[in-house]
Every structure is written in structure tokens, then in C-alpha cells.
Design a protein around this ligand. Structure first.
Ligand code: NAD
Length: 478
């Protein structure tokens, strides 16, 4: 049985690590069937605990049941199913070409498990962001030590139960707790670290990994913009943007952080978004705070942080177009849209990670592109437009981890697309094959024939024969 960190203490971390190192060597030989059996067990145990997860997430930040299923349970089960269906293909060695200079040899790439992995997860999608990476660790044949977030303690406790029930700790173990547990884990020479969280802590993780030259996948965040131009279908864009921004109460790594809107379309877009907010969250006119479709901010610290971002923006001249209402005891912040926003406001200087949407206007597209390029590269960038020319220009002249054209957030659902950031928004990719690859060492194998080979013609002693051989090789191969 697994034990939680609180029960076992930090000493258990090193014991479990040592046990997992042994298991990891054994798992190098694990077959697709064995890994698939583990993935099925994981999926079945998650489903068994589904109602416990729903209750826990409500207790943690009033996440609506349907959102728990749609954005946590279903994506986890879909990732598992996709991995199960594709694992044999992913695990197969991939034959690659061999240059004529190595005539007679053959070459392939073999995917071997990296070994003992560490998965550190954030609180905002606590179920999916623990189990998503875990699916790929299992698929790749790794062991895993998992550290869920301390900010969603109810959900993390259920995660701990699921892992303890499905696996022995010598293979997969969960350590609940905060920074002290993360720090103790990061001391160890893992073979791979998969971290999801903020860029600031991503740097701490990368520094710790550097001590052991451990490879990292860093799934981070940032300010993801959405472009609206003169051709955008505003009703359609408003429906998608309001959902993408306010699902999970705006606490989504790929939520549109702010909008860049062609000046003459701002008023019409805002009117559309106001209508959509009413439709989604206030259909019975009781106020958004009474809606069972609207979650809450995770804790008081984040509630205060976001409230202060709004206050700072208002002080510096921003206008509230809708929302603005807060209820501290409930950690409720109404869906809020701000206009007249400038870069001097704190709200444009950090990832908002809450239900507040600043709108910035532009007169020409180049100006909006320059603005995006003056900031850190975002995790996602969205374009709502009917103009192929503008879409292509934005794609070509900006950089982002991923992009949706005429939609937002949903690119992460496609298993065939790599998911991740670039520089400040992340290093490495996940989902589907890319997730399997993150936990695999792509081992290069060259199989040489026995006897005569081209390379042997260059062996010492060096002399005229070798000189003419080199001359010939330069002529034919270089
Ligand atoms: P965070 O970086 O504060 O915490 C993430 C994890 O790191 C937690 O488990 C936490 O306990 C641990 N941690 C915190 N401080 C640490 C330290 N000093 N040393 C070692 N470990 C430490 O992030 P968060 O607030 O939980 O999540 C929000 C952030 O995560 C946002 O920036 C968001 O954009 C990002 N995020 C990214 C993705 C993605 O897939 N790219 C997904 C979700 C969230």
C-alpha cells in the first residue's frame, strides 16, 4: 500500500526512490500488453473514484460536476484510451535511413523508458494534470513519483487513494504536500521530471534538475492573447471566448488572457460577450453568484491577488464593461471585462489566472503583432478571423506553444498535436505520441554487418592508401 507523505515523512521519499530504481530496470523489458493492463487498471480506478473526485473538487473550489467530468475525468480517460490503442505502434522501433558511407549497416530508433520519473502537478486541473502525464509515464514504461498540489487538498487526497489502490509504491507512488515535499523530491537524481505549473517555479525545477542533468518537461503558463479583426464572426467568437475564459473560473493555463481587438469592433464584441455571459451564467436572473455552472477562486491568496489586479487597473483608468462584483467569503469574482487597459496596469504584466478579461484595441495588425512580440512567448495564441491572409500573417510573425484559429483552448483535445509552450511558457511537449516520447529515451541503434565495412577502410596505419580513400569519400559523400 502507498502511504501519504504526512504518514511516512521525508525518509520514505528516498526509500521509495531506491525501490523505484530497481523496478525501473525491470520495466525496461515490459511489454505493450503489460503496460496496457496498467493503463486499464488506472482508468478503472479513476472511474471507481469519480464521485469522490466530484465531491472533492466541489469542496476545493466549487468546480461544477459537469466541468469535473468534461475537463478532468474525460480528458484523462481519453488520453488513456488513445495510449492503449496506439501503444504498440509507439513502442515499435522506427527504421531510419543509413548513409551510403555506412554501406551495409541498418539503423533504427528504439524507445526505451527513461526510468524513474517525477511528476509535479498544479492545482487548477488537479486530476487531469496528475493523471495525464502519468498515463504517458506508464505507456513509456517508467516508474513515477507523483506530487499533486497542496492547494486542492481534497482532490489530492483522492488522487493519493487512486494511486495507492492501483499500484505498488515501488512502481507508482503519490506524495501529498507542499513546497517541502517538492523540494525533498527535487534533491533526487530522477531520470525525468515532468512539471506543470508557473514559469517562476519551472525555473526552480530546472535548476534542481541541472544538478543531476535530469531531463525536464516544463508545462508552464503565461499571457495567451486572442486576436479579433474586422472580419471576425463576433457572435461565434464571443461564445467561444466566454467559455474559454470563464471555464474553471478563468484558472486555465490556455485561457485567453487578454483580447486584441480591432478598434471599431470593440463595442460590438463586448455587447456579444455580455449577452453570452448572461446566457451561460445568469439565465435565471438570480445573479452569477447563484449559478451552479460557475466555479470559485481556489484560495484567499489568489482571490486577493485577482481583486488587486482589478483595483490597480481601475485606479489607472480601466473601465468595467461587465462584472466587477466580488464576494470575499465565497472567493467569488464575477465574469469581468475591462476596457481602456494599458501596459502600465499590473493586469497586463502577469498571467491573470482568474475570470477577468482585459480588452486592448489596435488600429493596424502590425501594431498588435508587435505588442505580442514585446511580451514573453505565450502558451497559446488565438486568432478569430475569416481572412486567410491575416491568419497566416499572425502565425508567421508571432511565436506561441500552440494556436487555435477560430476557437480557443480546444487544441489540447487533439492527441495528434503536441501540447506545450515555448521558452517562458514551457519546454518540451506532451499528449499522444509526444507524451510517450517525453518519458522515453529515443535510443539510436546502428546494426553493422560482421566482416568488411566501409569504415574499416579508414583504420590505421595511416598512409597513402587512406589518403586516397579519404579523397574518394570526400568526392562521393561530402
Ligand atoms: P505553481 O508553480 O505554484 O505550483 C505547481 C507545483 O509546484 C505544485 O505542486 C507546488 O506544490 C509545487 N511548488 C510550488 N513551489 C515550489 C517550489 N518552490 N519548489 C518546488 N515545487 C514547488 O503553479 P500553480 O499555482 O499550482 O499552477 C498555476 C500555474 O500553472 C499557472 O502559471 C498556469 O498557467 C500553469 N499551468 C500550466 C499548464 C500547462 O499545461 N502548460 C497547465 C496548468 C497550469
Amino acid at each position: 500500500m502507498n502511504t501519504t507523505y504526512a504518514e511516512a515523512g521525508i525518509a520514505a521519499i528516498t526509500d521509495v526512490f531506491a525501490a523505484q530504481q530497481k523496478t525501473a530496470i525491470r520495466l525496461r523489458k515490459s511489454t505493450a500488453d503489460e503496460r496496457i493492463a496498467k493503463l486499464k487498471k488506472l482508468a478503472a480506478t479513476i472511474e471507481k473514484y469519480e464521485s469522490a473526485f466530484i465531491e472533492a473538487m466541489y469542496a476545493d473550489f466549487r468546480k461544477p460536476r459537469q466541468e469535473v467530468i468534461a475537463t478532468e475525468i474525460l480528458p484523462t480517460l481519453m488520453d488513456t484510451r488513445h495510449a492503449i490503442s496506439n501503444l504498440r505502434k509507439w513502442m515499435k522501433p522506427k527504421r531510419v535511413g543509413t548513409p551510403a558511407s555506412l554501406f551495409g549497416a541498418s539503423s533504427y530508433v528504439q524507445y526505451e523508458p527513461k526510468g524513474v520519473s517525477l511528476i509535479i502537478a498544479p492545482w487548477n486541473y488537479p486530476i487531469y494534470l496528475v493523471f495525464g502525464p502519468l498515463v504517458y509515464a506508464i505507456a513509456a514504461g517508467c516508474t513515477a513519483m507523483v506530487k499533486p498540489s497542496e492547494l486542492t487538498p481534497n482532490t489530492s487526497a483522492v488522487i493519493g487513494r487512486v494511486i495507492a489502490e492501483a499500484f505498488g509504491k515501488e512502481e507508482i507512488a503519490c506524495f501529498e504536500g507542499g513546497v517541502e515535499v517538492s523540494t525533498a523530491l527535487l534533491e533526487l537524481p530522477f531520470n525525468h521530471i515532468f512539471f506543470t505549473g508557473s514559469p517562476a517555479i519551472g525555473k526552480v525545477v530546472m535548476q534542481a534538475a541541472a544538478k543531476h542533468l535530469t531531463s525536464v518537461t516544463l508545462e508552464l503558463g503565461g499571457k495567451s492573447p486572442a486576436f479579433i479583426d474586422e472580419s471576425t464572426d463576433l457572435k461565434d467568437a464571443a461564445e467561444k471566448l466566454v467559455w474559454g475564459k470563464f471555464v474553471n473560473n478563468g484558472q486555465t493555463c490556455v485561457a485567453p488572457d487578454y483580447l486584441l481587438v480591432k478598434r471599431e469592433r470593440q463595442e460590438a464584441l463586448i455587447n456579444e460577450m455580455k449577452n453570452v455571459i448572461e446566457k451561460y451564467y445568469n439565465a435565471d436572473r438570480q445573479g452569477v453568484e447563484c449559478s451552479s455552472s460557475y466555479a470559485r477562486i481556489v484560495n484567499d491568496r489568489h482571490f486577493q491577488r485577482i481583486s488587486q489586479l482589478i483595483a490597480d487597473a481601475l485606479e489607472k483608468g480601466a473601465h468595467i464593461e461587465t462584472g466587477g462584483k466580488t464576494i470575499a467569503e465565497e472567493r467569488f469574482i464575477a465574469p469581468t471585462i475591462l476596457t481602456n487597459v494599458t501596459t502600465h496596469m499590473k493586469i497586463m504584466q502577469e498571467e491573470i489566472f482568474g475570470p477577468v478579461l482585459p480588452v486592448i484595441t489596435y488600429d493596424n495588425l502590425g501594431e498588435a503583432i508587435d505588442f505580442v512580440n514585446s511580451m514573453e512567448k505565450p502558451l497559446a495564441l488565438y486568432v478569430f478571423s475569416k481572412s486567410n491572409e491575416k491568419i497566416n500573417r499572425i502565425l508567421q510573425e508571432t511565436s506561441a506553444g500552440g494556436t487555435c484559429v477560430n476557437d480557443c483552448v480546444v487544441h489540447l483535445v487533439n492527441h495528434d498535436l503536441p501540447f506545450g509552450g515555448v521558452n517562458n511558457s514551457g519546454i518540451g511537449k506532451t499528449h499522444g505520441f509526444y507524451g510517450f516520447e517525453a518519458f522515453s529515451n529515443t535510443r539510436a541503434v546502428l546494426r553493422q554487418r560482421v566482416g568488411f565495412t566501409t569504415v574499416k577502410t579508414l583504420y590505421p596505419p595511416y598512409g597513402e592508401k587512406i589518403d586516397s580513400m579519404l579523397k574518394m569519400m570526400r568526392r562521393f559523400f561530402a
